[in-house]
Design a binder for this molecule. Sequence first.
Ligand code: C5J
Length: 223
Amino acid sequence: MRIAAQPFPLDLDPATAALIVIDMQRDFIEPGGFGASLGNDVTRLQAIVPATARLIDGCRKAGIPVIHTRECHKPDLSDCPPAKRLRGAPSLRIGDAGPMGRVLIAGEPGAEIVPDLAPIPGEKVIDKPGKGAFYATDLGPYLACLGTKTLIFAGVTTEVCVQTTMREANDRGFDGLLAEDATESYFPEFKQAALQMIRAQGAIVGWTAPVATILTALDMADA
Ligand code: C5J
């Protein structure tokens, strides 16, 4: 199928595609979570939940595997380098007691994916200690087993974990397509810059397209 993406159309075979939904976790997205407690406007991130849900649903119906990631660490913080923990807001660091349990710790309420986008049984969920989803995870071997060639991306934040993972994927030989309205940043200008950086110089990192455009192409492929 052909997707009317930017900077030019992308040919995608649903049989060799997968959707990666990055870090749609309560601590980043919900009012009263870690992100909000740092003064970020989480309503921007909340606003993409419906479009992300439509994309997930469309991919599930098309038989495209859906992979979810969560940025979180082991309770003993053995996978959190001090360089990561000691940066950020001194008032609330990774592992500290936050408004939704210990901040970005596996198993804590804040580390869970928001209920509207919850994984269904059989879907891969990757806990990642880094910003990129390939670093220190089994994502690479998992995609090799699936035979994946093209990755569709959604999630937060656009310029941090989403862009990092797209760049990791690009270097590993995947084609990457970012769903423009299923990704967001606390900083609107960073989102726009990230979209432009991804598409620049003839898709130097990958492609972008609205969710509706991706879903239309999936529907046409199905028909
Ligand atoms: C993600 C972050 N998920 N901004 N994390 O982008 O620290």
